[in-house]
Design a protein around this ligand. Structure first.
Ligand SMILES: Nc1ncnc2c1ncn2[C@@H]1O[C@H](COP(=O)(O)OS(=O)(=O)O)[C@@H](OP(=O)(O)O)[C@H]1O
Ligand SMILES: Nc1ncnc2c1ncn2[C@@H]1O[C@H](COP(=O)(O)OP(=O)(O)O)[C@@H](O)[C@H]1O
Length: 219
């Protein structure tokens, strides 16, 4: 029987890990076989940054660029996943942790399937991102920090959420009254150069160059 600590969906999900009498079943076709088929190496490109920093834009531009190179990629977007898989979660620290854990597990499956999985979530806590990194085989978790200043994100405000947060109508909004912990050792940092943000295709190009250099785009 599983046990749970605390209450709510995140606590219940955390408790589900306590099942007994479960066994791992190995299949004859493995990751290496799938990678040969796809002519690429499975990995997770994990994009983190404030709301409005350009995560979804980068994820989609990168996905399109990889597709045009005949590489199989799939985008896991935090906002989108909160419509389904994670629709029981809100924005408390505990729910965000559970959100990141679930997406990390899904991303790990996609990478094992041989895909380039592009996960795009605020993922504000360093410890949660590091836990996802620890789920993946060596070097196949690529953390991309979209390092845009809060003022830039707030001036974009495409959904009007910063305005609502400043007005006190949304509580616990990342960057306003909730924390964001920047990565300390990410693989890729995207930031402003001479006061301007790189274009979406330049941001995607930075990631593609990294993937090429590290051999992820060949088997
Ligand atoms: N309180 C609060 N804080 C931050 N963001 C909020 C909040 N409430 C709603 N939203 C909207 O939810 C999107 C972030 O979802 P994520 O799953 O990426 O968040 S997290 O990683 O669990 O922190 C985020 O999308 P992006 O703007 O694409 O980042 C917002 O649209
Ligand atoms: N590189 C960029 N240069 C200029 N504007 C951008 C860039 N990337 C994103 N944007 C714009 O910023 C806003 C927020 O981008 P979005 O990708 O939705 O961010 P996030 O997913 O981090 O919330 C959108 O209006 C988008 O068009």
């Amino acid at each position: 029987m599983g046990s749970t600590t605390g209450t709510g969906p995140a606590a219940a999900a955390a408790g589900a890990g306590a099942a007994n009498n479960i066994f791992w079943h190995e299949c004859p076709v493995g990751r290496a076989d799938r990678q040969r088929l796809l002519k690429q190496k499975g990995c997770v490109v994990w994009i983190t940054g404030l709301s409005g920093s350009g995560k979804s834009t980068l994820a989609c531009t990168l996905g399109r660029e990889l597709h045009s190179r005949r590489k199989l990629a799939y985008v896991l977007d935090g906002d989108n996943l909160r419509h389904g898989l994670n629709k029981d979660l809100a924005f408390s620290a505990q729910d965000r942790t559970e959100n990141i854990r679930r997406v990390g597990e899904v991303a790990k499956l996609f990478a094992d399937a041989g895909l380039i999985c592009i996960a795009s979530l605020i993922s504000p806590y360093r410890r949660d991102r590091d836990s996802c990194r620890a789920m993946l085989p060596d070097a196949s978790f690529i953390e991309v920090f979209l390092n845009m200043p809060l003022e830039v994100c707030e001036s974009r405000d495409p959904k009007g959420l910063y305005k609502l947060a400043r007005a006190g109508k949304i509580k616990g909004f990342t960057g306003i009254d909730d924390p964001y912990e920047p990565p300390l050792n990410c693989e890729i940092e995207i930031k402003q150069e001479e006061g301007s943000c790189p274009s979406p295709s330049a941001m995607a190009g930075q990631v593609v160059s990294y993937l090429e250099e590290k051999g992820f785009l060949e088997d």
